[in-house]
Design a protein around this ligand. Structure first.
Ligand code: ADP
Ligand code: MG
Length: 147
């Protein structure tokens, strides 16, 4: 098991292809200030809890890394909140507590296989977060930002 770690900040614009190309929106966080934290943790898929001050706390599954399928040149932090929102929330303060690791970053031969893998990751995350070992963190005070 992983020592939980916490990151937060306003939701920023990404490349605009999470939801549009994949059907999987990811609320990007700026990596600014998280250089050393990110270098301590391998690229890959993680899960945990996400807090949006005005909306609540939600399960999330998150990619950290270079997104090899898209040949990114910068590392990104991209949590998919496992909830259906009826509007976007760019600019809102997002707090994450990362409690588990699912798999390393991988390359995929097709977009279809990437999408299937992400949906499998989502199932793994949803089930794991119901375990007491991980569910207890949804009440972590860090998830409720002061703003
Ligand atoms: P971008 O490239 O700008 O990150 P995306 O296509 O990844 O665009 O869409 C992400 C945006 O969609 C988020 O910033 C947020 O405002 C919105 N959004 C709506 N529902 C969700 C969700 N369930 N999880 C994450 N972001 C969501
Ligand atoms: Mg995104």
């Amino acid at each position: 098991p992983l020592e939980p770690w916490r990151i937060g900040g306003p939701v920023v614009k990404g490349f605009g292809r999470g939801s549009k190309v994949l059907g999987i929106p990811t609320a990007n966080l700026s990596t600014e200030g998280y250089g050393s934290l990110l270098s301590e943790h391998p690229s890959g898929v993680y899960f945990g809890w996400a807090g949006l001050s005005k909306r609540g706390v939600f399960k999330m599954v998150m990619s950290i890394g270079w997104n090899p399928y898209f040949n990114n040149t910068e590392k990104t932090i991209e949590p998919w909140l496992l909830h259906n929102f009826d509007e976007d929330f760019y600019g809102e303060e997002l707090r994450l507590i990362i409690v588990g690791y699912i798999r390393p970053e991988a390359n995929f031969s097709s977009l279809q296989s990437l999408i299937e893998k992400i949906h499998h990751d989502r199932k793994v995350a949803e089930e794991a977060l119901d375990l007491p070992l991980f569910s207890k963190y949804k009440d972590d005070p860090y998830l409720k930002s002061s703003t």
